[in-house]
Write a protein that binds this ligand. Structure first.
Ligand SMILES: [Zn+2]
Ligand SMILES: [Zn+2]
Length: 138
């Protein structure tokens, strides 16, 4: 059974994916800080179509990424928990906000992105890649 099972704070939105993470990244961009109300978001990318959502309470905020393309940020309209983002610049993936996983302890972030906007009191440690902005394509 997949470990990619989670849901929002109020429990009205539940999700799961049977896929393995294609990528696990920590994003320090200001938009993620604003949306989550904290200093970064943990993103688990899964192949588009593998994410199954239950519940009727998902709303979307149509954001725009640095690419100029849309970033649709899906969240629970009842409690506000961020659930996933649909990033048009990376159309084959959905980006789960992993703070809403039931258990995120097993994740192994491979990279930190948008480090240029990271808070100075956030320490990035370990054997991970760091990028000032988005990672280079490919
Ligand atoms: Zn909720
Ligand atoms: Zn971000």
């Amino acid at each position: 059974m997949s470990k990619l099972v989670g849901g929002c704070l109020c429990g009205s939105v539940r999700y799961s994916s049977k896929a393995d993470p294609a990528l696990t990244a920590v994003c320090h961009c200001k938009h993620c800080q604003k949306q989550t109300g904290t200093s970064f978001s943990i993103l688990v990318a899964v192949p588009k179509g593998s994410l199954k959502i239950e519940g009727e309470n998902l709303f979307v905020f149509h954001d725009v990424g640095d690419s100029g393309l849309s970033v649709d940020r899906h969240f629970c309209r009842n409690c506000g928990s961020p659930i996933f983002s649909d990033v048009k610049a990376m159309p084959d993936l959905d980006f789960i906000k992993a703070g809403a996983l039931d258990d995120a302890s097993w994740l192994q972030p491979q990279m930190h992105i948008w480090c240029s906007q990271a808070q100075p009191w956030v320490n990035i440690e370990g054997d991970v890649q760091e990028f000032d902005n988005n990672p280079p394509a490919g």
